[in-house]
Write a protein that binds this ligand. Structure first.
Ligand SMILES: Cc1ncc(COP(=O)(O)O)c(C=O)c1O
Length: 389
């Protein structure tokens, strides 16, 4: 059987990883400044992570959500404490898209309304409701288009007010990323986020903060929107939560009522997934990773801000968008093949997306800075040569 061919692949086969480095089948070393789409939060194969998972494997890996699972309670307790959201409740699932599906559904159960407002540049996942509120026609199938899903412009308060005036009575929820990742590291203004909150309260709509990419300490805050002091009704999380072990969750404001069977999943919150997620929180706390994200992110920005071809840097903590004066494809290729550094791109082709592990070290950051400088300076040299020719 062949694989269903949907992923364009780099010609690299990683077989080993440790901290912020990967090694391929030929023994070549790579520096990871992307974490496989923002997933690696505490570094590859962190010893505490390995110990907790190995220990759990010796005990029990899985049973369904029909029995008591003390690991779920431990996870919820630690997550509440570290995020400062102790009075929220936790529903566990398996991925970011699934977390968003559940949030959209829960909002609709809660207020009985059926429309959803989302924003230009958004990415919320590929399952049905999640992709309907994703702003990318290439990945939205005809079955997912529906007038229930209303798109509004990012950071446009006037349009937001207009839409609410017309449709507010039917808007069940507003879904917004803490910081847009796939959209090119777009940070909402505090005025925009506060206005959304105000309108949600006025019209009895639910505010869903998608923190799948921007959450779990990446921005220097546990959840990116917490910097703005805006309270979300539902917060979705995944990616960094399990450091590679699939797990997602919805943090649910206490005003929502649970009832038997309202939400559910076979695999969500299984023993191994919880062990991985607990280990992540332990390391984040022990190693003060939110602080490291703030400090190392600021250091990196300061070192690269005057490099040629950089037009703008959008950054919170270690969620970094480097906007270039050109398509970043070749620069990214050169970083990968000439300097062995993984980086990411975004829907905006000029934006290089940088998402290293939250415990990235200064000397590892220096390797990236040095390589980026060389690549960007070489672009200039190549251009001059072209002009002379
Ligand atoms: C903000 C955001 N939400 C949701 C998702 C979907 O997560 P998953 O791929 O785990 O379903 C992503 C994935 O990139 C994301 O960036």
């Amino acid at each position: 059987m062949n694989l269903f061919n949907v992923y364009p692949l780099f010609n690299i086969k990683p077989v080993k990883a440790q901290g912020s480095f990967l090694w391929d089948d030929k023994g070549e070393q790579y520096l990871d400044f992307y974490g496989g789409h923002a997933v690696i939060s505490i570094g590859h194969n962190h010893p505490h992570y390995q110990d907790r998972l190995k220990d759990q494997l010796e005990k029990i890996s899985f049973y369904s959500n029909s029995v008591q699972n003390a690991l779920q309670t431990e996870l919820a307790d630690k997550l509440g404490k570290l995020s400062g959201l102790e009075d929220y409740h936790l529903f566990l699932c398996n991925s970011g898209a699934e977390a968003n599906e559940n949030a959209l559904k829960l909002a609709s159960f809660h207020n009985g309304k059926h429309k959803v407002l989302y924003f230009s540049g958004s990415f919320h996942g590929r399952t049905s409701a999640a992709v309907s509120v994703t702003d990318n026609p290439k990945i939205v199938a005809p079955v997912n288009y529906d007038e229930r899903f209303i798109r509004s412009e990012w950071n446009n308060i006037a349009q937001l007010e207009e839409i609410f005036e017309e449709e507010g009575h039917a808007i069940s929820s507003v879904i917004i990323e803490g910081i847009q990742g796939v959209g090119g590291i777009m940070i909402p203004t505090v005025e925009f986020l506060s206005k959304i909150k105000e309108l949600c309260e006025k019209y009895d709509s639910v505010l869903i903060l998608d923190e799948v990419q921007s959450g779990y300490g990446r921005s220097g805050y546990f959840f990116a929107h917490q910097e703005f002091g805006v309270e979300a009704d539902l917060i979705t999380t995944a990616k960094g939560m399990g450091n590679g072990f699939p797990i997602g969750g919805v943090l649910i404001h206490p005003k929502f009522k649970a009832s038997n069977g309202l939400l559910g999943t076979t695999f969500g919150g299984n023993h191994l997934a919880c062990a991985a997620a607990i280990a992540v929180l332990d390391v984040m706390k022990e190693e003060n990773l939110m602080e490291n994200a703030k400090e190392t992110g600021a250091y990196l920005e300061n070192e690269i801000k005057n490099f040629p071809h950089i037009r703008n840097i959008r950054r919170k903590g270690l969620m970094i968008g480097i906007e270039l004066d050109r398509d970043c494809t070749e620069i990214r290729s050169s970083l990968l093949y000439d300097h062995h550094i993984f980086t990411g791109n975004s829907n905006d082709k000029t934006v290089l997306r940088i998402l290293p592990a939250l415990n990235i070290k200064k000397e590892e950051t220096d390797l990236f800075i040095k390589a980026l400088k060389t690549v960007l300076e070489n672009v200039s040299v190549k251009e001059q040569e072209t002009v002379i020719l």
